[in-house]
Design a protein around this ligand. Structure first.
Ligand SMILES: Nc1ncnc2c1ncn2[C@@H]1O[C@H](COP(=O)(O)OP(=O)(O)OP(=O)(O)O)[C@@H](O)[C@H]1O
Ligand SMILES: [Mg+2]
Length: 444
């Protein structure tokens, strides 16, 4: 986009909102910002003091942000304009069109139009010039964190379900929206200080001044930070989501990122959902949680690749192993090694074979508290899903200890909830039933 087009666009937006055109200084600010100048440079070019330029700029960003419904500032103005095509949504396409709202459209705006609309647009644009007018009001809401500022997303799910794979898949699709994308695994339990120093080092490498704190970097640039394997900073053998001693400040940090204004996004990948996230998430809040469940029929591709036979039985396998791609890979290898690829032979045994899965399940179950172990041991002996009151009647746990244990197992996604009319029942996945029978009951 040429700077003149940008100025024309901004002028249209401001005019629609205030009835006034951009003045020289406002134009100078936008022109300078587009050309990646900082305020001191813009001030020189416009023959004004830096303080005055900053004051006018701040009002201008505020106005643009309010009109566009998104945080716009000096550091994100250019890529926001590049990323977005702004369109005026109105019921008519005539010259007297009223400005309704501005909406985001994808990289290829034409692909979002209906054929009728496209025709209407062509007619309109041949008369007027050269503004693009699209009705995008039916565009579905963007997924996950697309086109949102200041967002924190937790992706939690069992080991092997595909959290890391999904996130890595997402990066190429969204990378143009960010100045920096940083992926860090917390596998080696870095302290918050170590992590922050490391992140600041990365984001400040191309900047003139090093800002004092990470949050200020997250304000001045649009960063996507992905923190994987978050569960390693939680204490094992306690209820889910308790930070290890010395790591509690991570909770404060996440809360700060969720509550303060900045232009960046944080994605947390974890087996356990952090407890403060539950209190911060909500429909209109900047904190979201996505529980990653297994694959459906498409998991058959894993079996195809492993050359398993009897395709008609594959869905049974996918269901038993709840579509967990890692588990399905392990099981498919076992079926190939032991049964020459015959799924029916594998399924003909009464027990569910775990094989190499056992050590993976052990890593997860080893993190459980004593009360959680009691609950899943008892659940493993029940053939059908049960109500909490029934669990309570059979275990020597106080009501509050039992509720906490069930809630915590839910946060680890180790128990399944089943709705039966008004009632909520609880059960274990078949794989965990088998594991628990082999382990806890054997020991007990
Ligand atoms: N959609 C998918 N289709 C096929 N294979 C997949 C898919 N998603 C993940 N996998 C494979 O499943 C395995 C586990 O995925 P991944 O490592 O992303 O799980 P994870 O949830 O991050 O596990 P952990 O919490 O233990 O790190 C990997 O080998 C990955 O390639
Ligand atoms: Mg992972």
């Amino acid at each position: 986009m040429e700077v003149q087009e940008v100025l024309k666009l901004a002028d249209d937006i401001i005019f629609s909102q205030t009835g006034k055109h951009l003045d020289n200084l406002q134009e100078g600010i936008l022109r300078g910002t587009w050309q990646r100048q900082k305020y001191p440079e813009i001030a020189k070019t416009c023959y004004r003091s830096e303080a005055h330029v900053k004051k006018v700029a701040s009002k201008l960003w505020k106005l643009l942000s309010e009109t566009l419904g998104e945080d716009i500032n000096q550091s994100n103005f250019r890529y926001t304009v590049e990323r977005w095509q702004l369109s005026i949504v109105s019921s008519h396409f005539g010259d007297n069109a009223q400005v309704g709202k501005f909406k985001v459209c994808g990289n290829n705006p034409e692909s979002l139009e209906t054929p009728n609309l496209k025709k209407q647009n062509q007619e309109t644009s041949s008369k007027t010039q050269p503004k693009q007018r699209l009705d995008l009001s039916d565009t579905p809401e963007p997924n996950l964190f697309y086109n949102r500022t200041s967002e924190l997303t937790t992706l939690n799910g069992l080991s092997g379900i595909g959290k890391t794979a999904l996130t890595l898949q997402l990066i190429p699709e969204i990378q143009h929206e960010f100045d920096y994308i940083i992926y860090r695994s917390l596998r080696n339990c870095p302290t918050l200080k170590t992590l922050q120093t490391n992140l600041i080092k990365f984001v400040s490498q191309q900047q003139e001044i090093e800002l004092p704190s990470l949050i200020e970097h997250l304000r001045s640039s649009r960063c996507l930070i992905i923190l994987d394997d978050l569960q390693t900073i939680f204490t094992p053998r306690q209820l889910a989501g308790h930070y290890q001693p010395g790591y509690e400040n991570y909770g404060t940090f996440f809360k700060q990122l969720a509550e303060s204004s900045h232009n960046s996004c944080l994605i947390l990948l974890s087996w356990e959902k952090p407890r403060e996230i539950a209190a911060l998430e909500g429909e209109n809040r900047p904190c979201k949680s996505l529980q990653l469940n297994g694959l459906g029929a498409e998991a058959g591709e894993i079996f195809r690749e492993k050359r398993l036979a009897e395709e008609e039985k594959w869905s049974q396998l996918i269901d038993l192993y709840r579509g967990n791609p890692l588990w399905l890979n392990i099981i498919a290898t076992m079926i190939q090694d032991l049964f020459g690829g015959s799924v029916s032979e594998f399924l003909s045994y009464d027990t569910l074979f775990l094989g190499d899965l056992e050590s993976l399940l052990h890593q997860q179950c080893d993190r459980l508290s004593e009360s959680e172990k009691q609950v899943i041991s008892w659940l493993a002996s029940e053939a059908e899903p049960v109500e909490i009151s029934k669990i309570s009647a059979n275990l020597e746990l106080s009501p509050s200890a039992l509720l906490q244990a069930v809630q915590s197992l839910g946060r680890r996604l180790l128990i399944e909830k089943v709705k039966q009319g008004e009632k909520t029942l609880f059960t274990l996945q078949p794989v965990f039933i088998e594991y628990v029978k082999n382990q806890f009951l054997k020991v007990g």
